[in-house]
Design a protein around this ligand. Structure first.
Ligand code: AMP
Length: 573
């Protein structure tokens, strides 16, 4: 043994290393290569495909200026080549970050494909963040260029001088609508882009090159930059459009209400042109009435957004006694979809609800709750129970749940643990190496969510790891309690937080925003919940508030809520 160690030390290799090297050599020698073409998975190929095979398919937008605008993939293809050519004229090249702060419109789409086509990197900015946070993010990304909608000019005026890397601002409008501004280096998009023609060949490069960036909303610490590649965007769109996922086709008219600046726009900018689905883009019209108008006038068949948007639409439908004759399905994600929303869409309007879970770090699709044969016979409340789950992953997503020691937990639909994922469209790191603790050596990314998985692979989120309530050493799911509470007719929105308790460490406090015009009773709500949950999960108290704080992406801001109730103590403690 000693001799072996001496020999190893002499030759600079351990025994294990030698075995591995020999194996690698053998694999290399015996490796027979496939004889298929090397066709880099570049995003420009998506818009090429759309123009070639679905060129006449409409792209309809509510413009920021007001009127409805109509174009098609053929024209978007041509104009995005103009953007590409014009960007190069301005010195923008491979790897440069080009920010966008814009609603979903045809111009935003043209800008994305123009940026992508020269190997520059689109960087979507969320205008709902605080201006200083936006400036921080732009500086971190070192944005050189910005496409901005008229709506957000006041934000840009407030922060432009705090971002030294920013060279030019292109306002997504025409000369007639240009605002007065004290900023220099500001041009109208239509003037700027029309300085060149569309005679331009997309640049070719490695498919692993960066394509886009989006910062996570991160409730603690600085925002972290997620960097998508061309390959990840293409693979993700292929996976997400499959029949058991979003089931999108050239026969669909898709309305992404979810903005392009939320989690890679839920990939809709890639999905729709890839399959040749028409796009209906809501621009700045995010209220119930505007959305209803586009859904019906433009005969939208599929749409996607966070629950709060659908709450507004359903309230509007109620008010006007509206119907949704063309709409077939609605994808709901970003936070847990309340049962009442699923029930209303399906029972009242005949629209299928597809509950989905994802993250900025996952491009973003993680799971979708479509119905596998095992559950095809479910109906009524049992089907709604299933649809409260976030669902099963596409081919490209591996998932597991673990305990705090990273030991895998069983998929029995009950045991919950930390949800971890990996795959070709899952982040391997954050920009500039931040947040390295979220990734392990085997590439598993810790989502920060807590979930259980059933024997058929249906995952259900029970909490964010930092929100889960630890009562007497056991975990209580705040999401499950919230879902239950919003089922009560008097409750518009509910949030559950843990409050310190002398005996149990933490106990649940239910915070409620009452439905407009209602005057709910604490005891009545608790009695409504009691038969549906374990006794020890019952909230210890209920507080009524006018408003629950939300993040810039519409999620309940539990940190702020906990701060708000930091001095609260349960009666008798
Ligand atoms: P973001 O990266 O901003 O899209 O946020 C991702 C996080 O949103 C996830 O880690 C979840 O905590 C939450 N989330 C997204 N979709 C859902 C869903 N359907 N149900 C519950 N939480 C969700």
């Amino acid at each position: 043994m000693q001799l072996l160690l001496l020999l190893e030390a002499e030759h600079g290799h351990t025994h294990m290393e030698r075995v591995e090297t020999d194996q690698n050599k053998m694999l290399e020698e015996n490796n027979m290569q496939g004889l298929m073409q090397d066709w880099p998975l570049l995003c420009s190929k998506i818009i090429d495909h759309a123009a070639l095979y679905h060129g006449d398919r409409e792209v309809i937008s509510r413009s920021v200026e007001g009127p409805i605008h109509r174009t098609n993939y053929s024209s978007i293809h041509a104009r995005s080549r103009q953007v590409a050519k014009r960007l190069e004229k301005d010195g923008i090249a491979m790897g440069d970050r080009v920010a966008t702060m814009a609603w979903n419109t045809w111009r935003h789409l043209e800008a994305w494909y123009g940026i992508l086509g020269i190997g520059a990197v689109y960087h979507t900015l969320n205008p709902r963040l605080f201006p200083d946070q936006i400036a921080w993010i732009m500086n971190d990304a070192e944005d050189r260029f910005l496409f901005v909608d008229l709506t957000f000019m006041p934000i840009v005026e407030a922060i432009a001088n705090k971002v030294p890397s920013l060279e030019k601002i292109v306002v997504l409008t025409d000369a007639a609508h240009m605002p007065e501004t004290k900023l220099t280096n500001v041009v109208a998009y239509e003037d700027w882009v029309n300085e060149v023609d569309d005679d331009f060949a997309w640049r070719e490069f490695d498919e692993k090159s960066a394509a886009g960036m989006c910062y996570t909303s991160g409730t603690t610490g600085n925002p972290k930059g997620v960097v998508y590649s061309h390959r990840s965007n293409v693979l993700h769109a292929m996976a997400a459009s499959q029949p058991d996922m979003m089931n999108l086709s050239s026969r669909d008219r898709m309305m992404p209400v979810v903005p392009l600046f939320h989690a890679n726009g839920w990939a809709t900018a890639f999905l729709c042109p890839m399959v040749g689905a028409s796009m209906v883009l809501p621009g700045p019209g995010m209220d119930g009435q505007s959305i209803y108008q586009l859904l019906t006038q433009e005969r939208v068949t599929m749409t996607a957004a966070v629950p709060t948007v659908w709450l507004m639409l359903l309230q509007h439908l109620d008010k006007i006694d509206g119907t949704l004759p063309d709409l077939e399905s609605v994808v709901i994600g970003g936070s847990a979809c309340p049962r009442a929303i699923t029930r209303a869409f399906q029972d009242k309007y005949g629209v299928d609800v597809i509950h989905a879970w994802g993250m900025t770090e996952m491009s973003p699709l993680g799971t979708i709750c479509t119905i596998k044969p095992e559950y095809a016979d479910l109906d009524g409340e049992a089907k709604l129970d299933l649809q409260e789950k976030q669902g099963h992953p596409p081919f490209t997503v591996e998932m597991k749940i673990t305990d705090d020691e990273n030991k895998s937990l069983p998929w029995d639909g009950e045991t919950f643990g930390r949800l971890k994922v990996r795959g070709p469209a899952v982040s391997s790191a954050y920009f500039k190496g931040q947040g390295a603790e979220n990734f392990d050596a085997e590439n598993w990314f810790d989502t920060g969510d807590v979930a259980h998985v059933d024997p058929h692979g249906y995952m259900e989120i029970t909490d964010r790891a930092k929100d889960v309530i630890k009562s007497g050493g056991e975990w209580i799911s705040t999401i499950e309690l919230e879902n239950l509470a919003v089922g009560h007719d008097d409750v518009a929105e509910a949030a559950v937080i843990g409050v310190v308790h002398p005996k149990w460490d933490e106990r649940p406090l239910l915070v409620i925003v009452p439905m407009e015009g209602r005057n709910p009773d604490k005891q009545d709500i608790l009695e409504f919940m009691r038969p549906k949950i374990a006794k020890w999960w019952m909230p210890d108290d209920v507080e009524f508030v006018e408003e629950i704080p939300h993040t810039a992406t519409g999620k309940i801001q539990k940190t702020v809520l906990r701060q708000q109730f930091k001095d609260y103590r349960f009666p008798g403690t």
